[in-house]
Design a protein around this ligand. Structure first.
Ligand code: GDP
Ligand code: K
Ligand code: MG
Length: 275
């Protein structure tokens, strides 16, 4: 019996560098079924337990708009890895946390590997790891994958979590009251639906409100229930004068903006690099 660990993060966050450092050179490279997105798997090095590391494609979001997003999202939801390691580029932490905000919503065991800490240190920035852990509800290990730093600690925590998996399910971060109320209403409706048990109910309900095509296609609603959902969506749309997906995107960014100065001290906010 072995464990499955998935590396998830933005493009250029250092996933492949971390993957190579965590597995050594031996990796199996193929394609994800049906898409030309590279799939890379390797064995976590230096461990007695069999732990397989999967390098998921780099993504900015868990919306199903690109093949990479679909692959990453389906892998996390359907394959249910024992652990998600969210690789964050600490030198671009504000932008990277947008994906983290979505990942914790899936209710899966997740930890953060805060990569590129060498750059953060060179800049004279300071990241409050405890604050980051508190605001996102996940454990954080600082690393510099390219400098081979922090990897032993990361492997140690990863294996600890794999063994005690149930204890570290993540939780969705709060959205504004009206959105939460709508989510609750949809959850009530979903109780009568035969939904794949792999889905987190709150996540599924939010995706119904966003009219996510993959999720909506799985529903078989009475016209009354359909009407309730339609009303929820219309109320939110009217209140915020925006579509639900955009409302949620904005609230994710607002959450990050609210706490970023607590998490990063001496932040060089002008140094945003676009890749
Ligand atoms: P991926 O797209 O997430 O797979 O990212 P890569 O592993 O390809 O890394 C993107 C770039 O960041 C490469 O040039 C790496 O050498 C560099 N990189 C990765 N980790 C670190 C790190 O810890 N510190 C620094 N300074 N650079 C890093
Ligand atoms: K790259
Ligand atoms: Mg890569």
């Amino acid at each position: 019996m072995g464990y499955n660990i998935a590396l998830v993060g933005n493009p250029n966050s250092g996933k492949t560098t971390a993957f190579n450092a965590l597995t050594g050179s031996k990796a199996y490279v193929g394609n994800w079924p049906g898409v030309t997105v590279e799939k890379k798997e390797g064995r976590l090095r230096g461990t007695k337990e069999e732990a397989t590391l999967v390098d998921l494609p780099g993504i900015y979001s868990l919306s199903p708009y690109t093949p990479e997003e679909v692959v990453a999202r389906n892998y996390i939801i359907k394959e249910q890895p024992d652990l998600i390691i969210n690789i964050i580029d600490a030198s671009n932490i504000e932008r990277n946390l947008y994906l983290t905000h979505q990942l914790v919503e899936l209710g899966r065991p997740t930890i953060i590997a805060l990569n590129m800490m060498d750059i953060v240190e060179k800049r004279g920035e300071k990241i409050d790891l405890k604050a980051l852990e508190k605001r996102f509800g996940v454990k954080v290990v600082p690393i510099s994958a390219a400098k081979n730093k922090g990897l032993e600690e990361l492997i140690k925590l990863a294996l600890e979590v794999c063994v005690a998996k149930v204890q570290i399910k993540t939780e969705a971060l709060p959205l504004e009251k009206s959105v939460e109320v709508a989510i609750e209403e949809v959850i009530t409706i979903l109780q009568d639906q035969k939904i794949d048990a792999h889905y987190d109910t709150r996540w599924f309900a939010l995706k119904v409100l966003e009219q996510d095509k993959e999720v909506v296609a799985q529903l078989n609603l009475s016209s009354a229930d359909n009407q309730v959902i339609k009303n929820c969506i219309e109320q939110l749309t009217a209140e915020y004068e925006d579509d639900v997906e955009s409302i949620v995107i904005n609230q994710r960014y607002e959450y990050i903006t609210k706490y970023i100065n607590e998490i990063v001290k001496n932040r060089m906010s002008h140094k945003v690099t676009l890749s």
